[in-house]
Design a protein around this ligand. Structure first.
Ligand code: NDP
Length: 458
């Protein structure tokens, strides 16, 4: 049994991630009785405790329909601020002093990756790395080499069992639901292979642009921001074999094993796009070749998936926001029942909605009414929120898990290495990005890639 963390330290407490996700998560954990320990914010900005509490209140109010004052006051009573420079040893001495009674603090690095190194060294210098846990956000490096370098920095200070690498998709209940769907049902697993599946499509669409973070986004792009981590994580859950045991190690090994079987992506089967007007946004280079859209084809080199293409796409300023996996089955071996009204035969589909309103839709063929023996597609659909109740937010679960020292929903170093290996050939391509209109599904070439994308439920 791991010792639960007895303090939380948020580096970069003045930033976007803390205000959008972490304050609401801390509040929810407090409300559920899972958090009653000091929460220390660290940043260079000269904030005092009142400013910290006021910001937390605002972000909790924005994230919740109704704020439970008692729970918020309990959280506020635990909040305190340390302002200081990350290069200044005094910042860490003050932190060590504030944490003198904490046995197992958890440090959340909600800061730009270029400052990870100074913070980790600063913590090590005052002995805090020896007893703390560290949570690192994506992007975990910029490529294979820099992610290995980051691992060396972290593991030079923290024991590997106390490093928690966030890919928040692993913390989403809807994404975890893929795993439950596959291995808690007998129904589909026998069909989960190239004999029955024609292709798999994964779409992670954002109906918005860079939301004021264009300067940051321009150094990253869609492949690094989303494809390398979230999308490959989803692919791993769809494509993996059943773990050999029911523990964390077995799960993470099965996930790494399927990633090892994925072939590096090919520039030839990759289409990169950029939405119209992106280059005019503040912080974006006027000649930027950063992709705000990427579509590609992936193959898994295993007997199970031989010849089954996985089509992946993600982009900003698309027609709406949705994350979906569509598994398209093959047509019946002997097509005895024609499609009604002479329509083209349509395949059975399993559509996993992983975003808001998550659920599953299964498209089956049903007999069309009338004298003719013909079929047409109908949907069997379930909305998990309506059927099962409220889902926990990813960051709430991830913080809770890291405080407990549980790694199940965090990425292993090898997983991240494999993900970088897979995307490496399409990083920093010099071929010009294709322009696309805002509100469209990306450049026309991307349509040709998959020979027909299924439009997500928006
Ligand atoms: P921000 O750009 O908002 O930066 C967070 C804070 O870091 C800032 O408030 C600032 O605080 C401090 N900071 C900024 N630049 C520097 C610098 N050069 N040196 C030292 N401190 C600096 O980042 P986010 O909150 O958006 O993201 C934090 C981390 O989480 C990043 O690693 C990001 O990649 C990752 N992430 C963010 C997501 C999001 O939705 N925002 C989603 C997924 C991952 P101050 O100046 O007060 O010190």
């Amino acid at each position: 049994m791991h010792v639960r963390s007895d303090a939380v330290v948020l580096f970069g407490v003045t930033g976007d991630l803390v205000s959008k996700k972490l304050f609401p998560a801390l509040y929810e954990l407090t409300r559920r009785g899972r958090l009653d320990v000091p929460v220390i914010g660290v940043a260079r900005s000269p904030w005092d405790d009142q400013q910290l509490v006021a910001t937390a209140r605002k972000s909790v109010a924005e994230a919740s329909d109704e704020v439970d004052d008692e729970a918020f006051d309990a959280l506020a009573g635990n909040l305190s601020m340390i302002s200081g420079d990350y290069a200044d040893p005094v910042t860490y001495q003050r932190l060590a002093e504030r944490l003198r009674d904490a046995e197992r603090p958890v440090f959340y690095l909600a800061i730009p990756p270029m400052v990870f190194g100074s913070v980790v060294q600063g913590l090590a210098a005052v002995g805090l790395a020896d007893r703390g846990r560290v949570i690192v956000e994506k992007p975990f490096g910029r490529d294979l080499a820099s992610s290995a370098e980051l691992d060396r920095t972290l593991q030079g200070a923290f024991d590997p069992t106390r490093v928690f690498r966030i890919d928040h998709y692993l913390g989403k209940e809807a994404v975890e639901g893929l795993y439950a769907f596959r291995f808690a049902n007998r129904l589909f697993e026998p069909l989960w292979n190239s004999e029955h599946i024609d292709n798999v499509q994964v779409t992670l669409a954002e109906g918005f642009g860079t939301q004021g973070r264009a300067g940051f986004y321009d150094t990253v792009g869609a492949t690094r921001d989303v494809l390398q981590n979230h999308i490959l994580q989803v692919v791993a859950l769809i494509a993996m074999d059943a773990p050999e045991g029911d523990d964390t190690d077995a799960f993470r090994e099965a996930e790494a094993a399927v990633l090892r079987q994925i072939e590096p992506l090919s520039p030839e089967f990759t289409v990169r796009g950029q939405y119209a007007g992106y280059r005019d946004e503040p912080g974006v280079a006027p000649d930027s070749n950063t992709e705000t859209f990427v579509a590609t084809r992936l193959t898994v080199d295993s007997p199970r998936w031989a010849g089954v293409p996985f089509y992946l796409r993600t982009g900003k300023s698309l027609p709406g926001t949705a994350t979906e996996v569509v598994v398209e089955f093959k047509q019946p071996q002997r097509p005895l029942i024609p499609a009604a009204g002479g329509a083209a035969a349509s395949a059975n589909l399993l559509r996993f909605r992983l975003g808001r309103g998550d659920g599953i839709t299964m498209s089956i063929q049903a007999k069309s009414p009338g004298a003719e023996v013909a079929s047409r597609p109908v949907d069997l659909s379930v909305d998990f929120g309506a059927a099962l109740g409220r889902r926990q937010e990813a960051y709430e679960r991830l913080l809770d898990d890291a405080m407990d020292g549980q790694h199940l929903r965090f990425a292993r170093a090898e997983t991240i290495r494999q993900e970088w290996r897979i995307v490496e050939p399409i990083l920093d391509l010099s071929t010009p990005v294709r322009a696309y209109d805002r509100g469209s599904w990306g450049p026309a070439d991307a349509d040709a890639l998959a020979g027909g994308w299924h439009v997500p439920d928006l």
